[in-house]
Design a binder for this molecule. Structure first.
Ligand code: UD1
Length: 428
């Protein structure tokens, strides 16, 4: 067993210990040459720092960047892996700036942030883990965000989705296993509930289990909850379902694993500073970025897909969760994977949502209120792969992770509007 596995019990408290107390000598000063560490590893910074790190794969993307920031604020040292295929390198500087600001105003030491520009599927990942493994730095856990996420693109090009989201995950898990890393947090999606969403009831984690579960009711009657899901609506959804099933099998084979799959509902909004936001290289297809491009004028009209759903105004209903709340859900999940006592199983799933549904028409209204700009919209047919309603049951995440959301859709629209008006270039 490798040295990493001996250290993988590292808890939040041991992570915190790796941060020196604040003093003028340890206060943050901007990194000198170079601010970005590429896969030259020790050429720039010695890795032999004896620190415990969390690896965030896809850590400069929309959700990854907000999560990296929240981890740094909580005292975690972070290694970011990103190939920059759907984000920009200057996001790293913005994360550093916001983290430094937080640490300075709270009188705490800024944790380490390392960046390796790397495709997580490349063989260089093995070398990277081996390099850390050979030194005194420890990777205590991995949060994996790097996946393709467009439902429509996955319908047109399914193999690319299976290769990246499923094939890539299997290779990554083998490397994780070879390095004795036990804590793994995976970005899943409410899409795994498939057509169950259309029943109109909040979706509970037990609505999709990966092994049959025997349950006992209040009168002592036993029944079997069968594994699997019905009515997955897209190859994207299937990649998330398969990924969860693979993780569940891995955990079953090795009960010492601590794997958490987080089922996101609809992450929207951005950091209230406007410095972190959804800033994809590819053409956006999700509702918030599309509304943003209409408001900014790069798209003339919003098409509202579907006005004949069985919902209060006929437009689809979603559980929109502010991305900062979502990011904090990852910190809560990581703390739980680090804490032996709160785990009941080697593989756990949690919904990350608010428990409240908003319709597409209501979101448009909220955006108009935040921006004071009319959003030109036309009604269009239902989009392929959509469901009418998708709302989270939140009790399990609240009970087991201590996770609750603090922000509503109006804040999501307000923060997105602020970011749209932010001259980002001035800050980087
Ligand atoms: C889906 C997945 C979600 C996943 C996300 C990744 C389901 C139920 N949800 O979210 O788990 O994280 O993809 O991309 O499968 N809309 C318009 N006009 C537009 C864009 C969107 O009307 O121009 C509508 C959609 O038809 C939908 C709603 O807005 O009804 C939300 O769409 P979107 O933001 O794309 O997210 P989902 O498809 O719900």
């Amino acid at each position: 067993m490798s040295r990493l596995s001996n250290s993988s019990h590292s808890s939040l408290s041991s992570l915190a210990e790796s941060s020196a107390p604040f003093s003028p000598d340890t206060a943050y000063s901007p990194p000198t040459s170079p601010s970005v560490e590429t896969f030259g590893l020790a050429e720039y910074y010695p890795l032999d720092d004896g620190k415990v790190y969390v690896m965030v794969i896809g850590g400069l993307g929309y959700i990854g960047s907000h999560t990296t920031l929240e981890l740094l604020k909580e005292g975690y040292n972070v290694i970011v892996i990103d190939d920059l295929s759907n984000c920009f390198e200057n996001v790293l500087d913005r994360i550093r700036l916001l983290a430094a600001d937080h640490c300075r105003s709270n009188g705490i030491f800024l944790p380490s942030l390392r960046f390796h520009e790397l495709d997580y599927k490349s063989p260089a990942m093995h070398r990277l883990f081996a390099t850390y493994n050979a030194r005194r730095s420890i990777i205590s856990g991995v949060i994996h965000f790097a996946a393709f996420k467009s439902v429509s693109e996955s319908i047109d090009n399914p193999l690319a989705y299976y290769k990246n989201n499923v094939g890539g995950l299997v290779d990554l898990l083998m490397t994780v296993q070879q390095n004795g890393i036990k804590n793994f947090v995976f970005s899943s999606s409410a899409t795994v509930y498939g057509s169950k969403a259309n029943e109109g009831k909040p979706l509970r984690e037990q609505d999709l289990v990966h092994f049959d579960e025997v349950t006992t009711d209040e009168e002592g009657n036993q029944s079997v909850r069968p594994n699997g899901t019905l009515g997955l609506t897209s190859p994207y959804g299937r990649t998330k379902y398969f990924s969860e099933a693979i993780l569940a099998d891995m955990a079953r084979a090795d009960p010492t694993m601590r794997i958490t799959a987080l089922r996101y509902f609809n992450p929207v909004g951005c950091h209230p500073s406007g410095l972190l936001r959804e800033d994809p290289r590819q053409k956006p297809t999700n509702l918030f970025p599309v509304i943003a491009s209409v408001i900014k004028g790069s798209k003339s009209t919003l098409e509202i897909f579907g006005s004949d759903w069985e919902t209060r105004d006929g437009t689809a209903v979603r559980d929109f969760i502010h991305v900062v709340d979502l990011a904090r859900g990852h910190v809560a999940a990581l703390a739980a994977t680090n804490s032996q006592s709160s785990r009941t199983s080697a593989f756990e799933t949690y919904n990350l949502g608010t428990g409240n549904g908003m319709s597409v028409a209501e979101v448009v209204e909220s955006f108009e209120k935040a921006s004071n700009i009319k959003v030109p919209a036309v009604r269009a047919p239902r989009r392929k792969g959509d469901v009418g309603s998708c709302i989270a049951a939140t009790e399990s995440a609240e009970k087991n992770l201590g996770f609750t959301t603090a922000r509503g859709v109006d804040e999501c629209c307000r923060d997105t509007w602020k970011a749209l008006n932010m001259p980002i270039a001035d800050y980087c």
